[in-house]
Ligand binder design. Structure first.
Ligand SMILES: [Zn+2]
Length: 653
């Protein structure tokens, strides 16, 4: 009689093999990390140890095809926000401050505990300090494709793209051939990488013969941007960069067309479908049925716990099946068995691990779970229809029905008790991180300036300025004065200014002005565009007659949209002011001043406004300039009693 290390008996075995064989009251034989016999063949084995499965369902461990496991520590940090506000406003600033090998190790431990409990034995990850993810995963006994993130901007683990590529190379060289962990490069996405980065990552993956993990076509915005910039959607563009030379695992693919599906299939790329995350972030629903029809290997993933917010594959599989029906109006779309296939054997194929895991077959690693079919929500059981067992699992079973989990021949959970992880210690450490992250964000949220600095790009500069503003009935006297010999015009500009003032409850924060400048030529045609953000915490330092001395403003180029800033800063009110501005840099009595001649468009105003201002460095200098400004204003036709004490906001509100 043949021998083996372990026999599992008395189980209903869902093999998920090519024939979808199911064995009733049967067993399997395992030696070391490998399944050696299944069903009737296993009965003849003499085992060192035999475990009676008590009539439970034995099936392949589930495969989470796309996630960012350390982000368990950011779960629930900021929700119900748009993708850019969530990512740029909250997640990335917190990551810059907190992500370290320690953070990553702890987050991975938490995630592994949660995933084992929900019957997952294998996952595809993408994060920073991926070596620490790999270490924690191996310690927990789980299988994973661990993707080291590569980005075009500095990240928590690399100052530059060259650094992160070097880190990825090192990591891959050291972990290649590990029994549980498959290392991989993970260029984050086309819009966060350059063509060079994508090419280098693909070359690295090919050189070491490892998969490559990335995000593709997650949002319609991304695809539209690509069409505008390159005249093609994302998939053909990444193919041009050589990305598809590697064994790609592409997360999302929510917005790809049938041509792109064929391109991915021909490149033998795998796709990870992330229904919860795509719904939660409002990205849409991936065309799963079409992808399957095109012959693509599509797995199912939870995505990171900051955008899901859990790592429950039972929920994910059920949602995948329901969405395919709901969006097509066809209840026969994506039947239960096919949905479960995506979470097992086809998921393994998408991860390029099909020879190792994903089904219960001789020669594959012993990655399996036991499910208790007994809880009320699974009852009763019908045996007339052979597919009923799949629909019970997909539509009714819950992750809490998982009682036992084995990965690579090693038990990770027995009778719902975790064997490789200390849940209490993990939970305590996670609570501690949450406290520190809360404190960091609360401190930041107290100040508009700190929030501005947190999203990057804010140039903090203190400045002093003398200025005066006056209403004038017409432009002619101003223009006449500027063409006189007394005032030397150094340069001039015209533009349309669209200002939005964000007003905050606590007025001591100042006001945040989002300004879009459209530069105009002499004929009034638009020649350029600029967007800037100015925090005017304007404090009036002194007054010299009608001339005022102001201090402090913080300038930043506005790299996001007005909508982004509105959702990020949450002002209590907004005031819009649109105007046509002519601006001159002039010299008068040996001093340089800016002269503005404004005409308000919104709110409309028949008059004109003249403003004269100059940078200043000392009180003495301010006083001297104030005297000259007063003269200059008279010359421009603005007398002292037409001056205005406040800016446009106060004027129009
Ligand atoms: Zn993701």
């Amino acid at each position: 009689m043949p021998t083996c290390d372990l026999r599992l008996t008395n189980a209903t075995i869902l093999t998920m093999d090519a024939a979808f064989s199911v064995w009733e009251r049967s067993g399997l034989a395992i030696t070391a990390d490998t399944i050696v016999a299944v069903g009737d063949d296993a009965a003849g084995y003499v085992a060192a140890e035999t475990v009676d499965c008590g009539g439970r369902i034995l099936m392949p461990g589930l495969i989470n095809a796309h996630t960012h496991v350390p982000m368990t520590l950011l779960r629930g940090l900021a929700d119900d926000l748009r993708l850019d506000v969530w990512l740029m406003g909250y997640v990335m600033p917190v990551e810059r401050e907190f992500v370290s090998p320690d953070f990553v190790r702890l987050g991975t431990g938490l995630a592994c505990a949660e995933m084992i409990r929900s019957g997952i034995t294998c996952f595809a990850d993408m994060y920073y300090f991926e070596e620490a993810v790999a270490e924690a995963t191996a310690a927990a006994g789980m299988r994973a494709v661990c993707g080291q993130t590569v980005l075009k901007f500095p990240s928590p683990d690399a100052g530059s793209f060259e650094d992160s590529l070097e880190y990825a190379r090192d990591f891959i060289a050291r972990w290649k051939g590990h029994p549980l962990v498959v290392p991989a490069p993970a260029p984050h996405a086309p819009y966060t990488c350059t063509a060079d980065i994508l090419r280098s990552c693909a070359e690295l993956a090919v050189e070491f013969d490892v998969p490559l993990h990335t995000h593709l076509s997650e949002t319609l915005f991304e695809v539209e941007q690509w069409r505008k910039a390159y005249g093609m959607p994302v998939v053909p563009w990444v193919k041009k960069q050589g990305l598809l030379d590697a064994h790609v695992l592409a997360a999302h693919c929510v917005h790809i067309d049938e041509g792109e599906m064929r391109t991915l299939r021909n490149a033998r790329a795998g796709v990870a479908h992330n229904p919860s995350s795509n719904l939660k972030l409002g990205s849409g629903v991936a065309p799963v049925t079409k992808m399957l029809d095109a012959g693509l290997a599509v797995g199912i993933g939870t995505d990171g716990p900051a955008s899901n917010n859990d790592l429950d594959m039972f929920e994910e599989v059920r949602l995948a099946a329901l969405l395919a029906k709901g969006t097509s109006g066809d209840p026969t779309a994506l039947p239960a068995r096919d949905a479960l296939l995506m979470a097992t054997r086809m998921g393994a194929q998408a991860l390029h691990l099909a020879d190792l895991t994903g089904s219960i077959e001789p020669g594959k690693r012993a990655d399996l779970i036991l499910l208790d079919p007994g809880p009320l929500h699974n009852l009763p059981h019908f045996s007339r229809e052979p597919l009923a067992i799949y629909s019970r699992i997909v539509y009714a079973a819950k992750s809490t029905d998982v009682t036992d989990v084995m990965c690579n021949g090693r038990w990770l959970m027995r009778g719902q008790r975790l064997l490789t992880l200390d849940e209490t210690a993990l939970a305590d450490a996670a609570r501690d991180y949450a406290k520190r992250i809360d404190a960091f964000l609360m401190h930041r949220e107290e100040s508009i300036l700190r929030k501005l600095v947190a999203i990057g790009g804010a140039v903090e500069e203190e400045s002093f300025e003398v200025q005066v503003k006056a209403r004038v009935p017409s432009a002619e006297p101003v223009l006449a004065a500027l063409s006189s010999d007394e005032i030397a015009v150094i340069k001039s500009k015209r533009y349309h200014q669209y200002d939005t003032y964000f007003v905050f409850e606590d007025s001591s924060h100042g006001r945040l002005r989002y300004r879009e400048d459209e530069f105009l030529d002499e004929q009034g045609r638009v020649t350029g565009f600029r967007a800037r953000l100015t925090l005017t915490g304007q404090a009036r330092e002194a007054e010299f007659g009608s001339v005022l001395l102001f201090r402090s403003r913080y300038l930043a180029p506005a790299t996001h949209s007005r909508r982004f800033y509105r959702e990020y800063f949450k002002p209590v009110d907004e005031i819009e002011v649109d105007k046509e501005r002519r601006r001159w840099l002039v010299a008068y009595k040996g001093v340089e001043f800016y002269v503005h001649l404004d005409r308000l468009k919104n709110p409309p105003d028949p008059g004109f406004f003249v403003e004269v201002k100059s940078r200043t460095w000392s009180r003495r200098d301010a006083q001297d300039k104030a005297a000259i400004i007063t003269e200059l204003m008279r010359l421009l036709g603005a007398d002292a009693d037409s001056t205005i004490r406040d800016g446009y906001v106060d004027l129009v509100s």
